[in-house]
Ligand binder design. Structure first.
Ligand SMILES: O=C(O)CCC(=O)C(=O)O
Ligand SMILES: [Fe+2]
Length: 283
């Protein structure tokens, strides 16, 4: 018996349905809301919904994240914007030559218990379907990767989140605790496609020209959809005295999509390396 299946969808309890009627997107207010989200996505390359979760729900989710974070590892992540290790033989001006480093206190999906509200919200079919419809996909699945699906990332004051493309196309971030200052989600909407990249803009951005980058005010509780696999992005340095805490929700158009061991070890380090090695030697 799966008791979770019998429970009502938790999104109904946590999302501010007055403002964001995700429970019925086919008619009336809900249909108008969906159209406005799609229009934002189309026009700006992102859709930002402030106060998406109700304030009591936000406190519960933030408490849950802060309760689990002491069990998280402090990861030092070194990678190119494309997630790999870098190619020193590439042309001088190719971003693939350059690795960026950042430090994050990060919970991987397997470190967030399935009965937490965070996991139940991520695993809400209502929520997944809402994301699918805003992103105009025929199918959208929660990422099947045991480490990447849902993450909680805490950036301590002094840390940033280095520029990168995500390994899956559609990413949603839910800001659980805002930085006092700084910690701005910054990105270049749709800076690449499957076969091309807007290198002028990307190179300029990496060299410090922020004129084509987008950023916007987000308070705790903001739910932000964007195309993380196609939009170069990261977070500027967190300032002040408290960490900035985000839940990262990953989705894929393909069922069962997992991320390569190589990339997972690069992100999650020795804990995941040991899990994968133990599995190989057992198998
Ligand atoms: O924390 C954020 O707002 C973005 C984090 C991010 O880009 C990621 O975890 O892939
Ligand atoms: Fe990302």
């Amino acid at each position: 018996m799966n008791s979770v299946v019998d429970q009502p969808d938790i999104a109904l309890a946590l999302v501010d349905l007055e403002r964001y009627p995700i429970e019925n997107l086919d008619a009336g207010r809900g249909a108008g809301f969906l159209a406005s989200c799609r229009e934002q996505m189309e026009r700006h390359g992102w859709c930002n919904l402030e106060g998406f979760v109700r304030s009591e729900a936000l406190s519960m989710l933030a408490d849950e994240a802060n309760g689990l974070l002491p069990t998280a590892e402090v990861l030092t992540i070194k990678r190119t914007i494309y997630q790999g290790e870098g190619d020193p033989a590439a042309p001088e001006d190719d971003p693939v030559r350059h690795q960026y480093v950042h430090t994050a206190t990060q919970l991987a999906d397997d470190q967030i218990p399935v009965d937490t509200k965070l996991q139940r919200l991520y695993r809400s079919d209502l929520l997944t379907d809402f994301v699918r419809r805003v992103q105009k996909k025929d199918t959208l699945y929660r990422c099947a990767d045991e480490f990447q699906a849902l993450n909680v990332v805490a950036l301590q004051p002094g840390s940033w989140h280095a520029w990168h493309y995500d390994t899956t196309e559609c990413t949603v971030t839910l800001l659980l605790q805002a930085a006092e200052r700084g910690g701005e989600f910054t990105f270049i909407p749709n800076s690449r496609t499957d076969d091309t990249e807007d290198r002028d803009t990307v190179d300029g951005f990496l060299a410090g020209d922020m004129s084509n980058a987008r950023t916007f005010d987000r308070g705790a509780g903001a739910f932000t959809l964007f195309r993380g696999g196609y939009s170069l992005h990261g977070v500027t340095e967190v300032e002040g005295s408290q960490p900035r805490v985000t839940a990262i929700l990953s989705y894929s158009e393909l069922p069962g999509e997992v991320i390569s061991d190589d990339i997972n070890i690069r992100i999650y380090g020795s804990r995941v390396e040991k899990i994968l090695a133990a599995r190989k030697s057992a198998g």
